[in-house]
Design a binder for this molecule. Structure first.
Ligand code: ADP
Length: 197
């Protein structure tokens, strides 16, 4: 069963903050607790979370994530018209390694740390140079759909020797960006696995 975008968000919040009350989750999502009741009961039925009276919701760490959408990071993307200078600031401010470039929510480019280094060595006016001049473009971008498995996504990272994959969702014939799957996600998963042994 595919989780909705909201259920994915709830799961991520619970995973990072267990135990957390329904009210606290609702506050983080800017919604009321009653609006989330169905989502909580679906996540419980799927055995992804459990709850304890007066304590709140817990993430069920015993269940191993399978889909990229369960572990992906925020998209944290840039608009096509952003300058290379602002892209470098964005990379530092958000502690990123690879930047996704979007046009109207659709994936159009990807920029690595090395792409930015290269452009700052040869580029003259980085404030005026748009990221579209230095990015790797569609259709050369390797990406994943949100229901692909972590195994498939990790294989893509290894085979193409890249650090990050945009995660996409098909919506009305368009491919919109919903997140990023990175080597850091893989390292965290591996750590969790080792830590449980
Ligand atoms: P680094 O440049 O730091 O080694 P990567 O290995 O991720 O980082 O990137 C190497 C090159 O591949 C860069 O030119 C970048 O634009 C490109 N690249 C990065 N991610 C992707 C991707 N998902 N699809 C296609 N090209 C990519």
């Amino acid at each position: 069963m595919n989780l909705s975008e909201r259920q994915e968000k709830i799961l991520k919040i619970i995973k990072e903050n267990s135990p957390i009350s329904g009210d606290e989750i609702a506050e983080k999502l800017d919604l009321t607790r009653s609006a989330l009741r169905t989502d909580f009961s679906i996540l419980k039925k799927l055995d992804l979370i459990h709850s304890k009276t007066k304590k709140g919701y817990y993430f069920n760490f015993k269940c191993t994530p399978k889909k990229v959408s369960e572990v992906m990071s925020d998209r944290n993307s840039l608009d096509l018209n952003t300058s290379v200078y602002d892209a470098i600031l964005h990379l530092f401010n958000h502690d990123l390694g690879t930047l996704i470039v979007e046009d109207n929510n659709c994936l159009v480019g990807i920029i690595s740390r090395k792409d930015l280094l290269k452009s700052s060595l040869v580029g003259k006016n980085l404030e005026k140079m748009p990221v579209s001049m230095i990015m790797t473009r569609m259709p050369n971008i390797i990406y994943c759909l949100e229901d692909e498995t972590i195994l498939e996504a990790t294989k893509k990272l290894i085979e193409h020797e890249i650090d990050s994959l945009p995660i996409l969702r098909k919506e009305n014939e368009k491919l919109i960006v919903v997140g990023r799957f990175t080597k850091t996600n893989v390292t965290k998963l591996y750590f969790e696995k080792l830590n449980k042994l």
